[in-house]
Design a protein around this ligand. Sequence first.
Ligand code: ATP
Length: 281
Amino acid sequence: MSGSKQMVDGPVLATEELRLDVGAGETAVRILDGVGLSCAAGEIVGLVGESGSGKSMTLRTAVGLAPKGARLTGSVRVAGRELVGAGRREVLRVRREIAAMIFQDPRAHVNPYQRIGAFVADGLRRTRGWSRARAAQQVVSLLDEVGLPDPETLADRYPHELSGGMLQRVMIASALSTEPRLLLADEATTALDVTTQAEIMGLLRRLREERGLAIVFVTHDLDLAAASCDRIHVMQSGVVVEEGPALEVFERPEHPYTRKLLDAMPSRLDAEAPMPIGGAA
Ligand SMILES: Nc1ncnc2c1ncn2[C@@H]1O[C@H](COP(=O)(O)OP(=O)(O)OP(=O)(O)O)[C@@H](O)[C@H]1O
């Protein structure tokens, strides 16, 4: 990790009383209604809640990607820098130096005609002004770091030649190219099969360990969040209604909404189903 970045005490991401409104007059809608969330270096924080509860919008707001014309109040601090009310230059600096984001569908974020190596090199060339040759070397090291086999050959391939899991690793390599301290993962494993999902989670856990990354992980999958996250924030209608260590929240949920979400988990429903005759002991 680069030693040149100013380290700050406290969480890498902290939002307080974050409110976000879109539209005007009678069509005005409050999307975030006082979100309080934090994520420290070396921590994986899960953000769970039903569809439309504001999980993605919270992440997007943390990198200055709120919808155009949206009104934002409260506080979003990334590595100590306040983004609410910040100018474009400050927001771009945060995106270039501190925070990176990965998404559910990597194919929607690559150029199908650009080789993998050139795609990952883009960040390095743009943010550091590195030469093509120097960036290419670093790309191989990044592809290797995210567990892709034969990175030199892989750098010459096109996106359609890679599986979804491999492409998500490429996206992570690209996100790491600017040496971020905060990684925002929006449903980054949702489109993958269970085995690949577990492998990507294993990679994220290793990266938070080795790089001290702060990771906020948005997911619908409560089992995955319980197994992989240190802390959980539960969102409902633009508000974080419950927050705590993952196992505690899952074993002793306090908020009725969390209990409702947990009761609807397929794994819990299965647990209550009668055991078939001759089933596992
Ligand atoms: N660009 C936008 N302009 C206006 N409203 C938006 C915009 N994007 C999202 N919304 C609304 O904001 C609310 C929160 O959306 P958000 O995508 O953050 O939810 P989510 O919890 O991530 O849901 P999902 O799990 O389905 O992605 C939703 O009601 C959505 O319709």
